[in-house]
Design a protein around this ligand. Structure first.
Ligand SMILES: [Zn+2]
Length: 406
């Protein structure tokens, strides 16, 4: 048993966070939270000049694009062809995939990310390596092999039959592993997937109870291409609806240029949205309207979308979330933590610091941006606008300190 002492803050409520001074953790779970020093504490870990926040959740990130950040373009389709497909092809080399995966997870952890929903490359072996390295890192992750069967380099394409076999093989080993790793069926987006491939993907996900992740309505040029490739559908969202890909375990990234009819489809199917503001600014894709999604009750979390998003740090992504949709820092931290957990359907286990939940948390140093005893709203506002990797002191998953390693 250990008791952590610090300025402990949890964001179950988007308007009024809860604050404590002590958090007791046993066997990876939070057993109690209190303002006063508890009578039974076990070992005391003193973070008295630090904040202790729920672990950050990144709901959308591409592992094989880790080295491709910062290469500018204003056209998603050109950017994919010029920079991303060549970068992802390198993952046919298992040695390279191993090194990149290791660096990827350790960097996320150093930035305070405790849970991530991850796109692997189109390679089965690189995807298995990503799972192995996620396991080794101690992080929580949902990972899937990217599926494409058209409009990409030959080496990255699959077939519905092969996709089905590869998903089944990798997911049967890793989905649910240690209650910490999960598989997501991952058709890249409608431009690079035929209807038979998407239908197959949806069927396997349904049969095996897997997550689904894909991209939706990011850029005008992309939407035009989708409507050209699928004549007879009335919207981008309808393509995924027809394929059977939408549902409670589905997370779509971006969802920027949607009609209310499309928002209604997302809401009715229980589909979740990964909002990736840094990526949207970087590629000049447009601005997702958070209030429009919220009006329909769509659950939204934040995603870095590395490498279209240049920042691994979710604190930096939060700054762009504020620029995209002005919001109170309490709300921004709520989206980052509880929002992310709800997107993944894991809010019963993580996303906030509450007794009974698993102890995923980040120790944050507010200095030099703010003093640890400043008003909480001011500290969080400064972290939201100016925070980055340098503010992260330690990252814990299930009560184990992953960074700096115990
Ligand atoms: Zn993406």
């Amino acid at each position: 048993m250990r008791t952590y002492h610090g300025r402990i803050v949890s964001f179950e409520d988007p308007t009024s966070p809860r604050e404590y001074g002590y958090m007791t953790v046993e066997d990876g779970r939070i057993t109690s939270l209190s303002k006063e020093r508890p009578s039974i504490m076990g070992e005391l870990v003193d973070y008295s000049d630090r904040l202790i926040l729920p672990g950050f959740v990144d709901t959308h990130v591409h592992l094989p694009q880790f080295y491709s950040r910062g290469m500018i373009s204003t056209s998603l389709l050109d950017w994919l062809e010029k920079f991303i497909f060549p970068a992802e092809m390198k993952f046919s080399d298992p040695g390279f995939a191993r090194k990149a995966s290791r660096e990827f997870f350790s960097t996320l952890i150093r930035n305070g990310t405790t849970t991530a929903m991850v796109y692997s490359s189109s390679h089965r072996e690189a995807t298995e390596i990503a799972f192995e390295e996620a396991m080794r890192s101690g992080m929580r992750a949902v990972i899937g092999q990217v599926l494409m069967d058209r409009n990409g380099p030959e080496e990255l394409l699959t077939t519905p039959k092969r996709a089905k076999e590869e998903i089944a093989a990798v997911a049967s080993r890793w989905h649910g592993f240690d209650g910490r790793l999960f598989y997501a069926v991952t058709p890249r987006f409608a431009v690079s997937c035929s209807m038979p491939l998407m239908k197959t993907a949806a069927r396997v996900a349904e049969e095996m109870g897997l997550y689904v992740q894909t991209h939706l309505s990011e850029q005008a040029e992309e939407i035009k291409e989708v409507l050209r490739l699928f004549p007879g559908v009335s919207s981008y969202t309808e393509v995924y609806l027809k394929a059977g890909l939408l549902g409670r375990k589905t997370v779509v990234a971006h969802a920027i240029h949607l009609s209310d009819t499309e928002r209604r489809i997302l809401a009715e199917t229980g589909t979740k949205v990964a909002h990736c503001p840094s990526s949207n600014f970087f590629l000049h894709s447009g601005t997702m309207s958070l209030p429009s999604h919220e009006r329909f009750g769509i659950v939204v979390g934040l995603g870095s979308d590395v490498a279209a998003g240049p920042f691994v740090s979710m604190l930096e992504v939060m700054r762009d979330a504020y620029y995209a949709n002005p919001m109170d820092p309490f709300k921004a931290f709520h989206l980052l933590t509880m929002g992310g957990a709800r997107v993944l359907g894991l809010d019963g286990r993580i996303g906030s610091l509450e007794a009974g939940k698993e102890a995923d948390f980040v120790v944050v140093n507010p200095e030099p941006l703010a003093s640890p005893d400043d008003d909480l709203w001011i500290i969080l506002s400064k972290l939201m606008i100016l925070g980055d990797e340098r503010n992260v002191t330690a990252t814990y998953v299930r009560g184990k300190r992953l960074w700096p390693a115990e």
